[in-house]
Design a binder for this molecule. Structure first.
Ligand code: 3PG
Length: 409
């Protein structure tokens, strides 16, 4: 029997189809494997329903237009995504839903997507993005440089805020809560935001502009209340974990008109989806969705320089997904974070370019002379890489950088 859902070689109108590329491992032929995905995710199931008319199949069926090697390209008609209710959960249920569990596929990875403008137009995109953040921080060209307050958990609000202050005195423009800190008894959100806001105001009075991303990752029905608590206490930026909370959490913050601060998006748990090169969902796909729904900054990795698993070609595609053209949507700043220290800056910035927010937690707080010196060393390393001067050369006249390089050589 000829497989349905095959339209190999057909040119898809990019305004009419949501186009997805999948990498597939299966004992089936690649055409049949593709057909199984298109069937499961559009009008079919494991058998041909008697209720599936030719008209329904033609209007709503996914189309496999390419099946070569281990890759298939499938276009899902935009009408499959229509309606006012559904959002990203509904998009994911189609492009990344049951297909991962199909027994006939040993592995499958959603490699890339092209979202038609008729869908991106329903979302606001970032309120600030790269240019908004640069303006806010008065840092027009160089990378934004930040820290994650360490230890991850345990500091009480006053000491936490003092860390942020010292980081600002060292020259950092950004800092953030760690992904595991939200509202614990030892550092409640309200007290923490209030203490940090006092220090950020003080830094501003002293001539230095800095923002701190406060983590409001919580249950769906609580996230806007958590954001309110943070904003009422002076928060200049909010942070949310897109995978543990869900895309709808980011969207709730980004779309709320009363939230007039940037939304920093973390990716805790991403490795469960992204680490296996043959299975799961690639980071560039997640990046495109985060940008569409309004993340102002988003973690994409450190190009092999830090502590997290790296797939450099995917990280370069993630960068492009956030800053390349996407139906005119405002550009999201890529965040490089995880195991970074000043010694990484030349290698990192060769790949990241200047449109990046670089963050170091241990690489600031682990400096032998403390947080302020650690922050200064990070800024010096970024300045050196920006000027094209070797770190060793720059360190000859910059004591903090010299000590950092000795510490982490
Ligand atoms: C992050 O939020 O990216 C990590 O907590 C980074 O911390 P590190 O710089 O100490 O690895």
């Amino acid at each position: 029997m000829k497989e349905k859902y095959l339209a190999i070689g057909e040119e898809l109108d990019q305004d009419e189809y949501f186009i997805c590329d999948y990498k597939v491992k299966s004992d089936l032929s690649i055409e049949t494997a593709g057909s199984r995905i298109a069937e499961e995710e559009s009008t079919g199931t494991w058998t041909r329903p008697t209720t599936l008319t030719e008209d329904i199949y033609k209007k709503y069926g996914g189309k496999v237009v390419m099946a070569e090697g281990n890759m298939v390209r499938i276009g899902f008609p935009v009408v499959d995504f229509s309606g006012d209710i559904g959002g990203v959960p509904q998009i994911l249920s189609i492009i990344a839903g049951n297909l991962f569990g199909l027994d006939s596929l040993k592995k499958v990875r959603l490699h890339d997507i092209q979202i038609p403008s008729v869908i991106t137009e329903r979302y606001p995109g970032p309120k600030f993005g790269i240019s908004g953040l640069r303006k806010l921080l008065d840092r027009p060209e160089k990378p934004l440089v930040g820290t994650i307050v360490k230890p991850k958990i345990g500091l009480p609000p006053k000491e936490f805020a003092e860390y942020v202050y010292q980081a600002g005195k060292g020259g950092l423009t950004n800092s953030k809560d760690d992904e595991t800190l939200v509202d614990q008894d030892f550092c409640p959100l309200e007290e923490r935001v209030s203490a940090v806001s006092e220090k950020l105001d003080l830094l501003e009075e002293e001539g230095h502009m800095m923002i701190h991303a406060h983590n409001v990752s919580t249950s769906g029905h609580e996230i806007l209340d958590a954001a309110d608590i943070a904003l009422e206490n002076g928060a200049r930026q909010l942070m949310v974990d897109v995978l543990t909370v869900g895309f709808s959490g980011v969207q709730a913050l980004a779309e709320d008109p009363s939230i007039d601060v940037p939304v920093h998006v973390h990716r805790a748990m991403h490795g469960a989806l992204t680490k296996d090169p043959e299975h799961g969902i690639s980071m560039p796909v997640i990046c495109k969705l985060v940008r569409m729904i309004g993340g102002d900054s988003f973690h994409i990795g450190t190009y092999g320089t830090g502590k997290m698993h790296a797939n450099i070609s995917e990280e370069l595609r993630s960068k492009e997904a956030l800053i390349g053209d996407m139906h005119g949507i405002v550009r999201t700043i890529p965040v490089s974070s995880g195991g970074l220290h000043p010694g990484h800056m030349t290698d990192l910035m060769e790949k990241s370019g200047n449109d990046v927010q670089i963050q170091a937690g241990g690489g600031v707080s682990g400096h032998p002379d403390g947080v302020r010196a650690g922050a200064a060393a990070m800024i010096q390393a970024v300045d050196a890489a920006y000027e094209g001067i070797s770190l060793d050369e720059y360190a000859k006249t910059h004591e903090e950088l010299k000590k950092a390089l000795e510490r982490w050589s």
